[in-house]
Design a protein around this ligand. Structure first.
Ligand SMILES: Cc1cc2nc3c(=O)[nH]c(=O)nc-3n(C[C@H](O)[C@H](O)[C@H](O)COP(=O)(O)OP(=O)(O)OC[C@H]3O[C@@H](n4cnc5c(N)ncnc54)[C@H](O)[C@@H]3O)c2cc1C
Length: 502
């Protein structure tokens, strides 16, 4: 007898790991990519944070997470994710992920900014994401209960009564198709390609968040978009990333005169928190300066040997990172907000779970600590899978096909205008004026393109980020309002839209 099916949307680390964690049911993974190099996951450089070294403990990791999260981290969530991380990381190793180890065979832990211990598990220098994704894709292809449908885009979740009853997709032939489903896990990643400077692949426009919001799911903390300070400004889109570990190894940030300037912004200079370095670099660029990462004098070796990924990216653009400073600019990198879920990935809609970057559990608060996202992705993916298994919702006896009235699902040229508007007005620095300007642009665009459902999902996400940024009249974590530069006690709370906590 054919088993019942769970539908997973997205084939990054969260989608694949959730699929591998489901034993009792058949699984269909639907993703708009072609397998292999999927999502941001493939490009992750630093690794996975896990508090398992002998001199480390979960409470220290929780406290580092809380400090980075600027007052909004949910302590219980952080504790549970960090505690569960140990077993997940060991499981990844069992699946074949070849984490770097010392001569005794114990894990070797790297260090990243704002972690007080060495706790970053990594593989092949700065190629952690690629190695993890290669292993997960291989394991998925061996599993008999997992089917994949690549190059298919999820367009709309259909909700009947209070339950999910299916999903509309644009299929392999470019046609719209309805898949009946009463149990859906969304693992569609973040939003950062909505910005004209981004480190994310150009498949990560926040469509999953948009389609969940349109179905009525509660969205949390959407205003918090983290920018990475050292994206390589080499004139390519998306912009490649120079991992933070380079600064940990002694790389410095300079202007075109060769002068360091970060100590004007923060006593820790290059090792200051990510959002402070991003704003400082942004501020210097706004004054007309060109800014560079100088890695020609690393403490422990050459870029070529220690960071081969970054070295090769520069080399492809005619820069020898061991001999020349690399031009940099901040770029949208990670979405802290997302679909509000509990620790088991449950959203506010029956039958809809979310995990990975599209979900928002409260783990990251107002700013993500480096390498905590892969950790959260695997824990939440596993928890979602187990929760679906234990609480599988039987499909309605009569199959109900929802109506679908949108005519157009094609790519749309206005996307580039939207990305520029988001970067300029809803980026590293926002103000009431810039956010209102962006909202006006988005709503006009919505009117003009309302028949295009794929773009409507993108616009819905852009609008959620902008509206929530407008509501937060303070600066906190990675949300900086130039008209409200101070942090306010009255805003020391997470934001939910619609306004209900799940
Ligand atoms: C350059 C870079 C370096 C990073 N380094 C680290 C690091 O060292 N450590 C760390 O913890 N984090 C890191 N991050 C963040 C981390 O990689 C991501 O948060 C994480 O990989 C997200 O995984 P995910 O599975 O949720 O989403 P993704 O890996 O982004 O996958 C999302 C998937 O959903 C698909 N999808 C999206 N919308 C739809 C739709 N409508 N229909 C069908 N499919 C859809 C996408 O095509 C993709 O397959 C980095 C990110 C980047 C970009």
């Amino acid at each position: 007898m054919q088993k019942q099916k769970v539908i997973i949307i997205g084939s990054g680390i969260a989608g694949l790991y959730a699929a591998l964690s489901i034993e009792k049911f058949d699984v269909l993974i639907v993703s708009n990519e072609s397998g292999g190099k999927s999502g941001s996951s493939y490009y992750a450089q630093g690794g996975i944070a896990a508090a398992i070294a002998e001199d480390d403990d979960f409470e220290t990791h929780v406290q580092d997470t809380i400090k980075a999260g600027a007052g909004l981290v949910d302590y219980e969530v952080a504790k549970q994710i960090i505690l569960a991380g140990t077993e997940r990381v060991h499981h990844l190793a069992e699946l074949g992920v070849n984490f770097k180890r010392d001569e005794k065979g114990n894990f070797n832990f790297g260090r990243e900014a704002a972690h007080s211990k060495n706790r970053i598990l990594h593989i092949n220098g700065d190629a952690s994401g690629k190695e993890i994704m290669n292993v997960l894709n291989a394991r998925v292809s061996e599993k008999k209960n997992i089917q994949t449908r690549y190059t298919c885009e999820a367009l709309e979740i259909s909700v009947y009564g209070s339950n999910v009853n299916g999903i509309w997709i644009k299929n392999e032939k470019g046609e719209t198709e309805f898949i009946s489903a009463s149990n859906i896990i969304l693992a569609t990643g973040g939003v950062s390609a909505l910005y004209s400077k981004t480190t994310n692949p150009l498949s990560i426009y926040g469509k999953g968040l948009g389609l969940a919001a349109r179905a009525g799911a509660v969205i949390a903390d959407a205003e918090f978009v983290q920018f990475h300070p050292t994206a390589l400004d080499l004139g390519v889109d998306p912009v490649p990333l120079a991992t933070e570990a380079l600064r940990g190894e002694g790389a410095i940030i300079i202007n075109e005169k060769g002068e360091r300037f970060l100590d004007n912004y923060h006593p820790a200079a290059e090792l200051a928190p990510r959002d402070i370095v991003s704003r400082a670099v942004f501020s210097e660029i706004s004054k007309g300066n060109k800014i560079f990462l100088d890695a020609t004098n690393l403490k422990s070796g050459k870029v070529k040997d220690k960071f081969p990924n970054v070295y090769n990216l520069c080399k492809q653009n005619n820069i020898d990172a061991d001999l020349q400073p690399i031009p940099i600019a901040p770029a949208a990198h990670y979405h802290v907000g997302g679909i509000a879920t509990n620790i088991n990935g449950r959203s506010s809609i029956n039958g809809l779970w979310a995990c990975g970057e599209v979900a928002c559990t409260g783990f990251h608060g107002a700013n993500r600590l480096a390498s905590n996202s892969l950790l959260e992705s695997i824990v939440l993916a596993y928890n979602s899978a187990k929760d679906v298994e234990q609480n599988f919702i039987e499909p309605a006896s009569k199959s109900i096909t929802s109506q679908f009235s949108h005519k157009n699902t094609n790519a749309i040229s206005e996307l580039e205008d939207l990305r520029n508007v988001m970067m300029e007005n809803v980026g590293i620095e926002r103000s009431e004026a810039s956010l209102k300007k962006a909202l006006h642009f988005i709503s006009e665009l919505m009117k003009r393109t309302s028949d295009n459902i794929s773009f409507l999902n993108v616009l819905t996400t852009a609008s959620m980020i902008t509206k929530m940024a407008l509501e937060r009249e303070e600066s906190r974590g990675c949300h900086y309002r130039s008209d409200y530069p101070e942090t306010k006690e009255v805003f020391k709370r997470r934001c939910f839209e619609p306004k209900q906590k799940i």
